[in-house]
Design a protein around this ligand. Structure first.
Ligand code: NI
Ligand code: MN
Length: 225
């Protein structure tokens, strides 16, 4: 399984021969200026919620690649109005795809689209692929609901926000990793803005002290998991 980081909370995961792109926000991210948006391929685009730092490049990438947009019903409605036709609306619950089963699960956050339209409820994704199982929480604070995840799947890894202020910080993400019973965490949603700049070494040490690993990927980096 391949994980590629495009900055902030945008990443791609290749599993079972399919490319899953999450939360496309690249063009507005100064730190990701070396990423060529036109070279990003996707079979599916999964969107956690409607904020601009998660959907800025959603419509353009969906139209160019023809990838299927998997998101809350209200976000799907928003992209359809902009001419995206390959969509799969969800609300919280499971659905089956050719790459595996997806649980769209709640996140404690908010969700309005960049133009002010209602974005439905914010969420995260538990993906049960044939090869691997992983959880991306989306933007959220620490929440008790995460304790349900181990009942659904033994995770190979998780993608959690660690920047604080708008989401969990590294301390909270260590507890989240405990809740979801996962020792390998890829941190996202850090450093992009002043409010979420973090000390990388200190964040990694917090995980290490609990016998866990925090990976803070470089933008453009591909990690084989
Ligand atoms: Ni957000
Ligand atoms: Mn965000």
């Amino acid at each position: 399984m391949k994980f590629t980081f495009y900055g902030h909370a945008c990443f791609a995961i290749e599993t079972d021969g399919k490319k899953l792109l999450f939360d496309p926000f690249i063009s507005g991210n100064e730190l990701a200026k070396d990423i060529d948006i036109n070279k990003i391929e996707a079979d599916y685009i999964l969107v956690s919620h409607g904020h601009g730092d998660h959907v800025a490049d959603l419509v353009s990438i969906a139209k160019r690649t023809g990838a299927q947009v998997i998101a809350a019903y209200e976000i799907v409605d928003w992209v359809q109005k902009q001419g995206v036709t390959n969509v799969h609306p969800m609300n919280f619950g499971p659905a089956n795809f050719d790459f595996g089963k997806v649980h769209f699960l709640p996140a404690w956050h908010s969700s309005s689209m960049p133009d002010g339209a209602y974005g439905g409820n914010p969420g995260g994704f538990l993906v049960h692929g044939k090869e691997h199982k992983f959880y991306y929480s989306g933007d959220t604070c620490l929440m008790m609901d995460m304790q349900l995840i181990p009942r659904y799947a033994k995770l190979d890894f998780a993608i959690l926000p660690v920047g604080g202020n708008f989401t969990m910080d590294a301390d909270d993400a260590v507890i989240a990793a405990d809740f979801i019973k996962c020792d390998k965490v890829i941190g996202v949603h850090f450093d992009t803005f002043g409010y979420i700049k973090i000390d990388h070494q200190a964040a990694k040490e917090k995980f290490k002290a609990q016998g866990k690993e925090l990976i803070l990927p470089n933008i453009g980096e591909t990690i084989i998991l």
